[in-house]
Design a protein around this ligand. Structure first.
Ligand code: DC
Length: 244
């Protein structure tokens, strides 16, 4: 078990209800954690990655190059992306159309990672995300929530796990039941894909994926899901129970 922690954030006090920022690499279990904390504390869970995915889907539909920042920004400015928090995850509306399933497809996943490197596009996303969360009472999940979107978030958790562990969990989600003969090949491809996205997310110039200095780092490599959720809950509870 490798669960290191440092202090939870003091955060700003102007919000009546807190912002809980959850960041970390792909496949670490951020969405499961966000949904759990939102249910437990009566907050909204907002999956910011779904916004990058929705815009990437529109770029695919318009046949835009993922490296063409001006065109992507123009596209974004004429796009409405809405997240509707549910008990499990978000419904994603792209210009009013439910694209929740489509945005999880492989081509959109890869496109989202490429589209999200562009600084001006990120500014557009961040401005919307701040509006969505400014009143507090939200668990917001992404890559830059604790560092850029809400550097004053009351609680910041950076959820990590070894790529092999994240890949294996992902594999078991997409291939439940008996393992097919080519199981090892499929799992290896998923791990490679995660590593590629990790590298892009961590090495991009603007808002690279990294823990905020005041984030609690939770490494779930050797932990069960229940253990991870219990730790996250304890972190949030310790903030809520702090005397004002
Ligand atoms: O969390 P996710 O896998 O749905 O995110 C999709 C992509 O969007 C991912 O490659 C990284 C990017 N992303 C980001 O750059 N900043 C965020 N706050 C959320 C996601």
């Amino acid at each position: 078990m490798t669960a290191a922690s440092n202090t939870a954030t003091a955060g700003a006090s102007r919000r009546a209800r807190p912002v809980i920022a959850i960041d970390g690499p792909a496949g670490a279990g951020k969405s499961t954690m966000a949904a759990h904390l939102a249910r437990r504390f009566g907050f909204l869970n907002l999956e910011t990655g779904a916004m990058y995915r929705a815009l990437a889907l529109k770029a695919i539909e318009h046949d835009l190059g993922f490296e063409d920042e001006p065109a992507l920004l123009e596209l974004a400015e004429e796009t409405r992306i809405a997240l509707q928090p549910q008990l499990e995850g978000n419904i994603v509306l792209l210009d009013g159309v439910d694209v929740s399933r489509r945005v999880r497809d492989k081509d959109v996943t890869s496109a989202a990672s490429q589209v999200s490197v562009h600084p001006r596009l990120r500014e557009w996303m961040v401005a919307q995300q701040r509006k969505m969360g400014e009143a507090g009472g939200v668990v917001m999940e992404g890559r830059d929530i604790g560092t850029v979107v809400f550097p004053d978030a009351e609680v910041k958790i950076f959820l990590d796990a070894a790529p092999e562990v994240r890949g294996n969990r992902r594999y078991r989600q997409v291939m439940p039941g008996d393992a097919p003969a080519e199981a090892a090949v499929i799992e290896a491809a998923i791990i490679e894909d995660l590593k590629e996205r990790d590298a892009r997310d961590r090495n991009r110039e603007d808002s690279p994926l990294r823990p905020a200095e005041d984030a609690v780092i939770l490494d779930s490599t050797g932990l069960t899901l229940d253990e991870v959720l219990a730790r996250a809950e304890a972190i949030v509870r310790s903030h809520i129970e702090q005397p004002a």
